[in-house]
Design a protein around this ligand. Structure first.
Ligand code: NOJ
Length: 593
């Protein structure tokens, strides 16, 4: 058995896997209503199989009022009619399994929809048996409920405004870290936890192979013994809100809850007795916490989505104020996670998802001159790291930001709430839109570009969100037909992980940490060294890579530029946005990993 297959067969199939994220609303619309659906995904399984991915992570398809495009669930055990039926779902799972691929479900259990029966029962009266399934609190002492400042704490919601919504009928507030239509579940209550585990077991029995857990590190709140939730520190500026994040991020019982979930559900594996893949989305998680959570000995999760590398270009006021990337900051962060999870734990690797702007527009160059090379090079530096790579739909095509200039074009609840709050706080439309254009989540959510036909082949109807006008040039049909496309580069990157054990398990070492143009590193396993060297700029780069001259003379596994000049010892000239992956031998004695 080849080494890589042996690793996979040992149970931890996700260590050699590449996961593809489908955002169903924007992927493929089979019934012509302008919204993507499960039958649309079923129709594209051969495309995904040809790309070579091992599993699909499906963003939420549960019944939902769609206030946050499905991250607001009103029935965990049914499919939203927009997306199809349970029969469609079963067919999708069977279609994936028949092709040797797996399905990872999105598990959204920090909160439900306010239309979930659990919540409607909870809000019915203060003595409802489900009252304590959510976080209800009276107004601040001495204040009248519903008035600004009467909220139980000063926390600012991820989606703007207060985290508390006044419920006049029962005279209390409920907590929602996200939109007011997304009330937070009270994980302190064991009945809530058992209901979640039962629901998870139901999906496992239906054939799912893993869970991506939405903001799972927010489930434990730092509640005081008397039930109080404290105010957060004031934030600079005129805002009346404070930063409550220390009271709900990586809370005191997080690992206890994850261990319980492991015992109750995860340890039992899939319906066919294999390991479930588990990845926890964790804004604000530290490397130390991630190491503990992903240490197999702790029996919690396989890997987490860190946000740290996604924040290296954030301005002082956060995500809505992007600054140009300073490459050494990104390299330092990725290297810290590579090294920090080398012994225990495991990394997930991602540039894109449905919440992030398109990477080629953010850290690459989406001009016609450099788009293809920069998208390939970004893919290369990510995929050759140690961990499980995630590809977000359209990333493999080098899809670009749409960056609309007027707020009327946007649909994302986070974007719209931010716009309203900023403008009502005195900012001009121009200022706010300058922040939104490069960052809004709708950049990732424009429909998948399948071909150069009407609406990029996404729908025969009117798409729910406009198609990016770049689709005549950037689309899957053109990419499939062009051996030099970003798509075929991603296919080769995925294949490298499947073929070479050093890509899976090689020890990571960063080269040239301070270099502002070049991202270079090695992965070492036994006598093999993989050298990854990438020019992350639009100017040529001359580099010297001390200590890896012998390895550089090895086999070029993948490059972005044909007929690139070979290395001269440990020196190399790279064209703009050129990258290379070379497999060679350890340079001299004593360096084996
Ligand atoms: C994280 C999800 O990725 C995002 O899309 C969603 O809005 C929030 N969690 C709330 O569920």
């Amino acid at each position: 058995m080849p080494a890589v297959a042996a690793v996979a067969a040992a149970g931890e199939w996700w260590r050699t896997a590449v996961i593809y994220q489908v955002y169903p609303r924007s992927f493929a619309d089979a019934d012509g209503d302008g919204v993507g659906d499960l039958r649309g995904v079923i129709g594209k399984l051969d495309y995904l199989h040809a790309l070579g991915v091992d599993a699909v992570w499906l963003s939420p398809i549960y019944r939902s009022p769609q206030a946050d495009n499905g991250y607001d669930i009103s029935d965990y055990q049914d499919i939203d009619p927009t997306f199809g039926t349970l029969a469609d779902f079963d067919e999708l799972v069977a279609g994936l399994h028949d092709r040797g691929m797996r399905l990872v479900m999105d598990l959204v259990v920090n909160h439900t929809s306010d239309e979930h029966p659990w919540f409607t029962e909870s809000r019915a009266s203060t003595d409802s048996p489900k009252r304590d399934w959510y976080w209800w609190r009276p107004p601040r002492p001495g204040c009248r409920g519903g008035e600004p400042g009467a909220e139980p704490t000063n926390w600012h919601s991820f989606f703007s405004g207060s985290t508390w919504e006044w419920d006049a009928a029962t005279g209390e507030y409920y907590l929602h870290l996200f939109d007011r239509k997304q009330p937070d579940l009270n994980w302190e209550n064991p009945e809530v936890r058992q209901a979640v585990y039962a629901m998870m077991r139901w999906w496992v029995a239906r054939g799912v192979d893993g869970f991506r857990m939405d903001v799972i590190n927010l489930i434990s709140k730092a509640v005081r013994a008397d039930g109080a939730l404290p105010d957060g520190a004031p934030v600079p500026g005129p805002s009346r809100f404070g930063d409550g994040s220390s009271f709900y991020t990586n809370g005191p019982r997080l690992e206890e809850f994850l261990q319980e979930m492991h015992r109750e559900v995860l340890a039992h594996g899939t319906a066919s007795g294999e390991a479930l893949l588990t990845v926890g989305e964790m804004p604000g998680v530290t490397l130390e916490q991630a190491r503990s959570i992903t240490d197999p000995a702790h029996r919690e999760l396989d890997m987490v989505f860190t946000f740290e590398h996604m924040r290296v270009d954030h301005g002082l006021s956060g995500k809505w104020q992007l600054r140009p990337l300073h490459l050494p900051d990104l390299k330092a962060n990725l290297a810290a996670w590579q090294e920090g999870l080398a012994e225990a734990g495991w990394n997930s690797l991602y540039w894109n998802n449905h919440d992030q702007p398109r990477i080629v527009s953010r850290w690459g160059d989406d001009s016609p001159e450099h788009r293809v090379a920069s998208a390939k090079t970004l893919g290369t530096v990510l995929h050759m790291l140690r961990g499980t790579p995630y590809v977000y739909q359209g990333e493999e095509l080098g899809m670009t930001n749409v960056g609309w200039a007027t707020i009327e074009d946007y649909q994302d609840v986070e974007t719209l709430n931010f716009y309203r709050e900023s403008v009502s706080g005195g900012a001009s439309d121009g200022e706010v839109m300058a922040g939104i254009g490069p960052v809004s989540r709708d950049n990732a959510r424009t429909p998948m570009q399948w071909d150069d036909g009407p609406h990029a082949g996404f729908t025969t109807g009117t798409p729910w969100l406009s198609v990016n006008p770049a689709y005549p040039q950037i689309n899957a049909a053109a990419a499939v037909a062009d051996p030099g496309s970003v798509l075929h580069h991603y296919r080769r990157l995925i294949q490298l992980r499947h073929d070479h054990h050093v890509v899976v398990d090689g020890r990571f070492a960063l080269l040239l940490p301070e270099h502002e143009q070049v991202f270079a590193y090695t992965r070492t396993l036994g006598t093999q060294v993989l050298v990854v060297v990438a020019n992350m700029s639009g100017e040529p780069a001359d580099v010297t890579l001390p200590g890896v001259g012998a390895a550089l003379a090895g086999e070029l596994l993948l490059g972005t530029h044909d007929a690139a000049p070979g290395p001269d010892g440990d020196r190399l000239r790279l064209a703009p946005w050129e990258s290379r992956v070379v497999l060679g031998a350890v340079d001299g004695p004593g360096r084996a990993g």
